[in-house]
Design a protein around this ligand. Structure first.
Ligand code: NAD
Length: 307
């Protein structure tokens, strides 16, 4: 298949591109490099430096495609709160524009990267897909709205629309600037020998999923007939931030004790965990153990920051 990956120069997108190439697909990456890196895109993928909000300037370079995997987004929750218009433009209008572009390219399938942020702080964990709809941020709200456009296009029969709601993704190539996940922030600090801070008591839990597993989810059953689905992509496992810190500190040969704790950040959710039964019924399971995923991630940061 010929697959367009928006945001393919970013953290998750670049892993999706590798997985697609590994499965023998042809890949076209569209990314404006606002947060991604040209070097993340393998040489065997076609690369177009373009913005999802100006598809008219690049669509003709693609001509035809079979599927689009849409990951390009404004990913920062604080930016979405400061600049809600920017967020809605990129994350809602950008998704609408990509649905239309996919249709014009002849795509039969569209996959959206949505987020656990569509659930907000709901205590009924693990959260199943029907619990969504009370987001705490404009980012979560705009992802939630974007999902409706994908499901609408699916119902209209324009293309098969699948929504993947991602838990906390970690792994190599995650950026620590801005909205870096806690794994990337810890791994970078440890590889640089810099001080580390935990916000709150460290007992808050997250559903951490390795980026390689997420990339497999985006390629799972691509091109197969069937209805479009809305699915959680996580591990259904609660891991404390403190446990992540302890594993990474161990990998770095550093004592995990005596770490500085600061006040919890406003708006941080205490516990987050996604139910994965629907993804399992689809046949998808995340299989990378936390320890192995953290080792891969730490090695990546160590390679970037050799001491
Ligand atoms: N990282 C996570 O834990 C996580 C969790 C849930 C959902 N997601 C979603 O997964 C997707 C990928 O996230 P990521 O963590 O890889 O972020 P990322 O910032 O590394 O990747 C996003 C990519 O999109 C590109 N981009 C941004 N705006 C663009 C535009 N207007 N036109 C073209 N390209 C543009 C950026 O340059 C970047 O390469 C996003 O949709 C994000 O909301 C991520």
């Amino acid at each position: 298949m010929r697959v367009v990956v928006t945001g393919g120069a970013g953290f998750i997108g670049s892993h999706v591109v590798e997985a697609l190439l590994g499965h023998g697909h042809q890949v076209v990456v569209v990314d404006n490099l606002s947060h991604g890196l040209r070097n993340n895109v393998p040489a065997s993928a076609q690369f177009i430096e373009g913005d999802i909000l100006s598809a008219d300037t690049w669509r003709a370079q693609i001509g035809q495609a079979d599927a689009m995997i849409h990951l390009a987004a404004q990913i920062s929750v604080p930016v979405s709160e400061d600049q809600p218009e920017t967020d809605v433009r990129t994350n809602v209008l950008g998704t609408v524009a990509m649905l239309e572009t996919a249709r014009q390219l002849g795509c039969r399938e569209f996959r959206l990267a949505s987020s656990a942020a569509v659930y907000g702080d709901n205590p009924r964990i693990p959260l199943d897909e029907d619990e969504a709809g009370v987001p705490l941020s404009y980012y979560g709200l705009d992802k939630w709205i974007a999902e409706f456009y994908v499901r609408h296009a699916d119902r209209q029969g324009t293309l098969k629309g699948t929504v993947l709601r991602l838990a906390n993704v970690y792994g190599p190539r995650q950026r620590t600037q801005g909205e870096g996940g806690v794994v990337a922030v810890f791994a970078e600090a440890l590889s640089q020998g810099s001080p580390v801070v935990i916000f709150g008591d460290g007992e808050q839990t997250r559903d951490f999923i390795y980026v390689g597993d997420v990339a497999e989810a985006f390629t799972w059953k691509l091109g197969e007939p069937g209805p479009g689905l809305t699915l959680n992509i996580g591990t259904e496992t609660a891991v404390t931030v403190d446990a992540v810190w302890r594993i990474l500190a161990g990998l770095a040969g550093r004592s995990p004790d005596g770490i500085e704790h600061q006040a919890e950040r406003a708006g941080d959710i205490r516990h987050s965990r996604l139910k994965t039964a629907r993804a399992a019924a689809w046949g998808f399971h995340a299989h990378t153990p936390l320890q192995a995923g953290l080792e891969e991630t730490f090695q990546y940061f160590q390679h970037l920051n050799p001491q």
